[in-house]
Design a binder for this molecule. Structure first.
Ligand SMILES: Cc1ncc(COP(=O)(O)O)c(C=O)c1O
Length: 415
């Protein structure tokens, strides 16, 4: 009988114990109960939990202002509108990301322009972004995919040189720092998600952060149906939506936030153990180590699979076999975004009120680095796994080493 778990053998990572996510403590419960008892469940009064969380989280991320919102998708929408992106503007965005990075652009009536990934880091390529700039380009949404930063030196320079709005999608990047400065504090706005699976979570929630007082004021105005701070509740200065974060969520986030910095360190230490072990096994690599990345937040750990080192076992088979060995893993968001049904050309043209030939032919796009990465290389491991200690990392390495030793058998089993 085969020793592969996928064929009924024992699991190599049987001992891996991943903490249930999100973590929940007595302090979290108390924080929520206090809000319930106070009957102040919304933030329509001064000194709210939302305000305290905005201050604490923005300070941790090296920004002067934070505006808490109900999720990461509307954080992006709010940032784009407050930074001045308008219908018909072109906005550059990577192809390998969650749909919200691009749908938020289209929801403003602007045109998402997909840009290929850097072959070394798999973040949006600054060279490809520069080549994609046209007279209609007004902004760039960069994404810290899995928490890994794009080349921030290059993107800050590019945005300045071309007078572009720079929005950082930091939904995955709680804790990431570039040259000692945290994600979200480089561009016009940084946008965060606190959805269920994120490394800081209240089930739902989001925030935009900025260092610019004028932009902060603009974001506050738009996030609160056009209300200005200091004006009576029924005066409205722009037509906008309600993006406010409920107090119950803010209380839970404030409580969860007390553990974030320590968890970031723990994940980094465990990821380093994994990196060392993977170097010894061969065939699976971490993303490029760049000394400008001074701290790493994780949504998921992104690994690069080289099938040639595993007897040409296809990526999907390898992932299924690794899961069977007891390692929670997946393939990120699966495909470049422009392949999603939502990017049907006629539909996008209608949504944006433009002629079909006036929007990119999304379904026929082919960005080679993004395509190869999604189809052949990408393995993702959720961040909670990185809280399972050095012994957890060794269990993962055992599972990978086992699949390498039995690669030919795995290949033949699925042939
Ligand atoms: C990269 C990225 N941006 C934005 C979002 C949107 O966040 P939310 O789910 O809070 O709306 C997500 C959510 O997974 C994401 O992964």
């Amino acid at each position: 009988m085969s020793t592969l778990a996928i064929k009924g053998g024992p699991k190599a990572a049987e001992s891996l114990r991943v903490p249930a996510w999100p973590l929940l403590t007595e302090e979290d419960r108390q924080a929520v109960m206090e809000v319930l008892d106070s009957r102040n469940w919304g933030r329509l009064y001064p000194e709210s939990r939302a305000e305290a969380f905005e201050k604490a989280f923005a300070a941790y991320h090296d920004a002067d202002f934070g505006i808490a919102v109900s999720n990461g998708t509307v954080a992006l929408e709010l940032a784009l509108v407050a930074a001045g992106i308008r219908p018909g503007d072109e906005v550059l965005v990577p192809a390998v990301t969650f749909i919200a990075s691009a749908s938020a652009i289209a929801c403003q009536g602007a045109i998402p322009i997909f840009v290929d990934s850097d072959p070394e880091t798999l973040a949006m390529s600054a060279t490809a972004a520069k080549a994609a700039i046209t007279p209609r380009t007004r902004g760039i949404v960069i994404v810290y995919y899995g928490g890994y930063p794009p080349d921030m030196d290059a993107f800050v320079r590019l945005a300045r040189e071309h007078n572009l709005v720079l929005i950082e999608d930091c939904a995955h990047a709680q804790g990431t720092a570039w040259r000692g400065r945290k994600a979200g504090s480089f561009g016009h706005f940084g946008c965060f998600s606190f959805q269920q699976s994120k490394s800081l979570s209240a089930g739902e929630g989001g925030m935009v952060i900025t260092c610019d007082p004028r932009l902060a004021e603009e974001a506050r105005l738009y996030h609160n149906i056009g209300r200005k701070v200091g004006f009576p509740g029924y005066e409205h200065f722009v037509l906008a939506s309600n993006y406010r974060l409920p107090e119950l969520s803010a209380a839970l986030l404030l409580s969860q936030f007390t553990r974030l910095a320590r968890q970031v360190q723990e994940r980094m230490a465990n990821a380093a153990i994994l990196a060392q072990g993977l170097r010894e096994i061969g065939g699976i690599k971490m993303l490029k180590q760049d000394e400008r990345i001074t701290q790493r937040g994780y949504y998921f750990l992104v690994l690069r699979y080289d099938g040639r080192e595993f007897a040409d076992v296809p990526l999907r088979t390898f992932i299924t076999a690794l899961q069977a060995e007891g390692v929670p893993c997946g393939s990120g968001y699966g495909m470049p975004l422009y392949k999603q049904p939502a990017f049907a050309r006629a539909y996008v043209a209608e949504l944006l009120g433009r002629a079909v030939e006036d929007v990119p032919d999304y379904p026929n796009l082919y960005l080679p680095v993004a395509e190869h990465f999604c189809a052949e290389e990408q393995i993702t491991i959720p961040h909670a796994v990185l809280l399972s200690g050095p012994e957890g990392m060794r269990a993962i390495l055992d599972a990978i080493a086992k699949l390498k030793a039995h690669a030919a058998e795995l290949r033949d089993a699925i042939a």
